[in-house]
Design a protein around this ligand. Structure first.
Ligand code: AAL
Length: 388
């Protein structure tokens, strides 16, 4: 209390002059020594509380002012992709710009509402992403979108991915376009949310697309961490290779194991093979993968799940990620506009916007989702202080 009183008193403007605190406070001592006049940026050599040890050992005492990988997020409704009762749009791809137009691909479902895996039929979905196809939309400004229709339709049973094709992302490699997507060969949720990754290719973002009906990143072996799900494929070109980040899962929790994390698979042929990193998983938290080249490394937006949810992370080598900021209300399943996603130039400049999905009824795998635009300041080229 006495410190508080002294501090308040010394802070009072007297005849327009504010008395300086620094020398006065150093006179106030407890039995552990002098209180600091200020909290220094370097770890001081004196007894510290647990919180202050953490401040220097684990965090950056500069907070997030000037932290290039910190941002808030602003959300805006889209025009042209408004929600309607039976249509769900979710899991947008990253956005690309070709001939002055933005393109996005996403999971599209137009069926009766989902009823869960036990009651699902050939025409009634279990979850929001069951019985879906992949559609695309284009835009001139990123706010008003024109839905163009299906890019990839789920094939006839028993062709790979017959039950649902979802959660896609785009790669441009040597002038061709590749869509990586989740291929379901059974009802989502029946055993688990069991899908691995397949690919389709085209000479143009407008298609037509050739679906290569076989997995390019397949389940891990029985008992491995990604044995039941390879989800959310997210390709960038980094260090001369296609780096596909993905969410892996062993399905059900078995013996207290972690049920989801994010891995990396790399290759130089977009149709495979992709070799999984020996360090997998490379991100311990998060749900949908969302990465972008950053300087000569890779940054990731990590949201929804795990102890490091709601963070932005950076890896100098694409495999070893560290938390660099804590964020609030990160975009869910973001697909960002990443101008240099495939530039492979060791000079990632970051992102300022993208699309995310939102479950309008809260959470729940049986509700429809819709798409929103998000804006942020995770770019080295634009500094919009409003987002800090
Ligand atoms: C998501 C993604 C995958 C899951 C489901 C649809 O947002 O993680 O795509 O399978 O939910």
């Amino acid at each position: 209390l006495s410190i508080f009183l002294k501090k308040s008193f010394l802070n009072l403007p007297i005849l327009g002059i504010t008395l300086a605190l620094s020398s006065s406070l150093s006179l106030i001592a407890d039995d552990q020594g002098a209180f600091p006049a200020q909290i220094p940026m370097e770890k001081p050599d004196r007894p510290l509380s647990a919180a202050m040890h953490r401040m220097y050992d684990q965090w950056n005492p500069h907070e997030d002012h000037g932290n290039e990988l910190y941002s808030n997020f602003k959300y805006t409704d889209l025009k042209g992709l408004e929600r309607s009762p039976n249509i769900s749009r979710r899991d947008p791809s990253k956005i690309i710009r070709v001939n002055g137009k933005y393109y996005v691909w996403y999971t599209h479902r137009n069926t009766a509402p989902p009823v869960g895996p036990q009651k699902a039929t050939d025409t009634i979905p279990s979850f929001d992403w069951d019985l879906s196809d992949i559609w695309y939309a284009t835009s001139k400004d990123g706010y008003t979108w024109e839905e163009q229709g299906p890019a990839l339709k789920r094939p006839e049973k028993p062709t790979y991915g017959w039950r649902s094709v979802t959660t896609t992302d785009i790669l441009i490699w040597q002038g061709k376009y590749y869509l990586y997507y989740q291929a379901f060969n059974e009802t989502p949720g029946l055993r688990s949310d069991r899908a691995a990754v397949a690919v389709a290719s085209s000479d143009s973002p407008d298609g037509p697309w050739t679906m290569h009906h076989t997995p390019v990143i397949d389940f891990g072996k029985e008992g491995e961490w990604d044995s039941a799900a390879i989800h959310d494929p997210y390709p960038i070109v980094y260090k001369d290779q296609i780096h596909i980040y993905y969410k892996g899962s062993p399905g059900k929790r078995k013996e207290g194991n972690i049920i989801r994390a994010q891995g990396l698979a790399r290759g130089t042929n977009p149709l495979g093979p992709f070799v999984k990193s020996k360090l997998n998983p490379v991100i311990n938290s998060g749900h949908e993968a969302a990465v972008f080249p950053w300087k000569d490394g890779v940054a990731a937006i990590v949201s929804i799940d795990g102890p490091e949810k709601n963070t932005i992370q950076y890896s100098p080598d694409g495999e070893n990620f560290h938390v660099v900021s804590n964020i609030q209300m990160p975009p869910v399943a973001p697909g960002s506009f990443i101008p240099d996603a495939y530039a492979n130039n060791g000079d990632g400049r970051g992102i300022t916007w993208g699309l995310s999905h939102v479950n309008f009824k809260g959470s729940g795998v049986q509700n429809n989702c819709g798409l929103l635009r998000f804006d942020c300041d995770l770019s080295l080229d634009v500094d919009r202080e409003i987002f800090k």
